[in-house]
Design a binder for this molecule. Structure first.
Ligand code: ZN
Length: 130
């Protein structure tokens, strides 16, 4: 298993980690297989979506905030219930196919680490399987 470190700069932020996952595939000399990308946090998640227009991730951040407002009479005393809910909406892992040593992603797809309670230093775990 390999661990990446990601530094978020704001409360909600989508961070493109595609290049770092591709570097991991190269480092592992993985020609054909699967990489699991796992986020070991309860207030951050992971997703795959469009990389061409940065307005897409900006809009998603806005929609997440509309769907799950930061305040709302929640019970959780830490005060970050919205971040927990958003993390569950995105999920904690994605799997990406590797073929000929390259991540098999659609033309416009990137892998995004989703920060929902930043800024923080976060971990991402990567594991290859053949
Ligand atoms: Zn909490």
């Amino acid at each position: 298993m390999n661990e990446l470190s990601v530094q978020s700069k704001s409360r909600t932020e989508f961070i493109d980690i595609t290049r770092r996952v591709q570097q991991f595939a190269a480092q592992m000399k993985l020609e054909s297989g699967i990489i699991t990308v796992f986020v070991p946090h309860t207030t951050a998640g992971i997703t795959i979506n469009e990389n061409a227009d940065p307005d897409v991730t900006a809009d998603m951040e806005m929609v997440f905030d509309r769907m799950v407002p930061w305040t709302g009479g929640y019970r959780h005393s830490e005060g970050n219930t919205a971040a927990h809910v958003k993390a569950t909406l995105t999920g904690s892992s994605v799997q990406v196919i590797v073929e000929n040593g390259r991540l098999a992603l659609g033309t416009w797809q990137s892998i995004y680490f989703c920060e929902f309670d930043g800024p923080r230093t976060r971990k991402i775990w990567l594991k290859e399987s053949v």
